[in-house]
Design a protein around this ligand. Structure first.
Ligand code: DX5
Ligand code: ZN
Length: 227
């Protein structure tokens, strides 16, 4: 499977987001990761549906990946699809009701609303718990940091989580993509590639004035991107 960058828009200065979007698109990035935080599931607030819509209105070809860090994520499915969101990326830990029937119905509802379904897990959540859903979702996102704040250091347990998901995918011939969010840096991206990560959420990695975005993209995607 090929590799892809999803640029985390939250890390940029909000007063410069329009200019940054143009730079990201010029560098060949076609997936934008939008962090949504409710101040309850995580101790912080961030972005919203309108932000997704404003991106989609101006750049219709961009894939909008909404990372829903909110309790009861099922409440927001319709409003995000109405905002043009392509990927509904919700946390397993944020579900008050973890009954598999409930989880299947959420995934179903995301699909009925014409979005891809991705389940995110925190570093300390064992990915094996996602077993029943792996043939139903388009992706699994492994957090390598506790969600809520950018600029944190990666928890190495994420390598094990990704490795397990990668083996499971190959062993059972499944189709989900493996995404990683948080702590992608010069000293971590190669090991993440080796472990089997395919979609890389990057904030600090592409928000460094001394480094060209296009060069950073090349490091991860190589000649191997799935545009
Ligand atoms: C944090 C967010 C991440 C964050 C990543 O809760 O989910 O998307 O922006 O930031 P970096 O890549 O700088 O660690
Ligand atoms: Zn995120």
């Amino acid at each position: 499977m090929k590799r892809k960058i999803a640029a985390s828009i939250y890390v940029f200065n909000f007063l410069e987001v329009g200019k940054k979007m143009d730079e990201l698109v010029d560098a060949g990035i076609n997936m934008i990761h939008v962090d949504i935080m409710d101040g309850v599931f995580v101790n912080n607030y961030a972005l919203c549906q309108k932000f997704c819509k404003d991106i989609k209105d101006k750049y219709p070809k961009i894939i909008v990946d909404a990372h829903i860090m909110c309790i009861n994520p099922e409440k927001y499915i319709e409003s995000f699809t109405n905002a043009g969101t392509d990927v509904y990326n919700f946390h397993y830990e944020s579900l008050e009701n973890k009954d598999p029937k409930k989880i299947f119905s959420i995934i179903d509802n995301i699909h009925k609303n014409k979005m891809k379904a991705v389940i995110a897990i925190n570093p300390e959540t064992n990915p094996r718990i996602l077993g029943p859903y792996l043939d139903k979702v388009e992706g699994v996102m492994c957090m390598s940091i506790n969600p809520g704040f950018n600029g944190q250091v990666l928890n190495p347990i994420v390598y094990e989580n990704i490795t397990w998901l990668s083996k499971e995918k190959k062993g059972k011939n499944l189709n989900y993509y493996i995404q990683v969010d948080g702590g992608v840096r010069e000293n971590t991206y190669q090991e993440l590639i080796k472990a089997g990560a395919e979609v890389f959420v990057v904030g600090a990695f592409i928000n460094d004035e001394s480094k060209k975005i296009v060069e950073q993209v090349k490091k991860i995607e190589g000649d191997n991107s799935w545009k």
